[in-house]
Design a protein around this ligand. Sequence first.
Ligand SMILES: [Zn+2]
Ligand SMILES: [Zn+2]
Length: 89
Amino acid sequence: MSSNCVKCGGPHASSDCKKEREDEPKCFNCSQKHPANYQGCAAFVAAKQALLNRTRPTTNILTTKPAPPFPPLQTLPQTTTYSQILKNP
Ligand SMILES: [Zn+2]
Ligand SMILES: [Zn+2]
């Protein structure tokens, strides 16, 4: 086992940890004051989110047809403009 201690992040098993229980735990994932197995850990949440993103059904790029070219903008009908109104009061 090469996993670090969940209590202090040290290179030893959690059961071998010499850290006092009263001491604040230190997460070796995000260095915050919580055990490394804390599920509210930012690193844990990020990893979980990454997993969700990976398993989420995504658009199959291979079968996706290229989007049709954008239709040309319709030319606006020539209507009376303000400038024309000003010219012909
Ligand atoms: Zn430890
Ligand atoms: Zn953490």
